[in-house]
Write a protein that binds this ligand. Structure first.
Ligand code: GTR
Length: 362
């Protein structure tokens, strides 16, 4: 990996195996304490700390179509509710269970739209692939706006949040964990094969969610770019300055500290991917998505791979060069593809996720 390593070195990318006392982690047993450090870093410095899980999540079936998608699946809408410091909060979840499969693997899709299916969510193809799906619409949690009164945001500290308290990415990730609480009650789902997936800002969310919740066997980031899968040091396209100017509310206030100071960060985004290890990660990039910077997303997977060696596994298995369009890397515990085209969650991307799930977990 001389070529790729030299790019990481040129970019000054920190070694994820070196902990806060500069001790290099050498075995799988000490890795879990390093994960706790990494969760602390992203909690306090990037996305903001979330409150503890509610003691109970209740569910209520509000709609059911027993013959959905040409009769191949049952499509239900379920309201989840739980207590918060300011009373009960609830949000709807879509569940699509294929009839032909038992003990079904499941994708939890953190979605940009309440529609099922949707341009980003080809549900019939996914059922045909043998997967169940749960999804929720992110703005049913809280608005994608710079305010802290709507929805879940208003149920906790609201506008009085502290500099290390949750921004909206943390709120969406935490809500995906509440959906996971509900999924645990579904007998027909195979609990060992549940992946969380999101695109772009929701790809950042999916990674952060998978890091914090080991019940997900895989975290899938589609074109999550800046402050998601992509290495920040030397990144092209969107930088921390851009993202905290346009979307300050996605993060905790502390994240502003790193504007134009990427080099001073005691972490980089490959730490986020690494903290999912030894579970699975999938990162997908599009060549035309220059704002996200495919190269920096790929390099993050390379840099995170060292961690898997502690477990006698492989992270990203790649040739020693930057990928070309059409590259699909499905050998190791980190899956990756680079497709043609622009910023979008496409059929091609979903096919990649399904192929990887099948290859790793069947
Ligand atoms: C962009 C943002 C990106 C990305 C994208 C999206 O405007 O700058 O970080 O998350 O939105 O979510 O579509």
């Amino acid at each position: 990996m001389e070529e790729l390593r030299s790019i990481l070195k040129m970019r000054n990318v920190p070694n994820v195996l070196k902990d806060q006392n500069s001790t290099v982690i050498k075995d799988d047993k000490t890795w879990s304490s390093r994960i706790r450090e990494i969760v602390e870093i992203f909690g306090s410095q990037v996305y903001g700390y979330s409150p503890p899980a509610p003691s109970k999540v209740s569910s209520k079936l509000v709609k059911e179509d027993k013959d959905a998608f040409a009769g191949k699946a049952v499509h239900s809408v379920i309201d989840l509710s739980f207590d918060t410091p300011r009373g009960e909060f609830s949000f709807p979840v879509n569940l699509v269970m294929p009839k032909a499969v038992s003990k079904t693997p499941l994708f939890l899709h953190i979605a940009f739209s309440p529609n099922v299916p949707d341009k980003y969510f080809p549900v019939e193809e996914i059922i045909d692939g043998g997967f169940a799906m749960a999804s929720f619409y992110y703005e049913d949690i809280t608005k994608d706006k710079d305010e802290f009164e709507s929805g879940l945001a208003g149920m906790y500290s609201g506008a009085n949040r502290k500099p290390d308290e949750w921004g909206k990415i943390s709120m969406w990730a935490w809500s995906a964990q509440r959906v996971m609480d509900f999924i645990q009650t579904l007998e027909e789902v195979d609990k060992a094969r549940i992946a969380v997936v999101g695109h772009s800002r929701l790809g950042k969310t999916a990674l952060w969610c998978a890091v914090q919740d080991e019940r997900f066997v895989m975290g899938i980031s589609n074109e999550s770019g800046c402050s998601g899968a992509a290495i920040s040091r030397g990144k092209k396209g969107e930088r921390i300055r851009d993202i905290v100017t346009t979307f300050p509310y996605w993060f905790c206030e502390n994240y502003r500290e790193y504007v134009d100071r990427e080099d001073k960060m005691p972490f980089d985004q490959h730490f986020l991917i690494s903290a999912i290890a030894p579970r699975y990660v999938y990162v997908s990039s599009a060549i035309g998505d220059e704002w996200a910077d495919p190269e920096s997303e790929f390099l993050s997977c390379v840099a995170a791979s060292d961690v898997y060696e502690l477990f006698g596994a492989k992270g990203l298995v790649t040739e020693d060069r930057l990928p070309e369009v059409g590259t699909k890397l499905h050998e190791g515990h980190i899956g990756y593809h680079l497709r043609g085209g622009t910023h979008y969650l496409s059929r091609y991307d979903w096919q990649g996720f399904m192929e990887f799930m099948r290859r790793k977990l069947y």
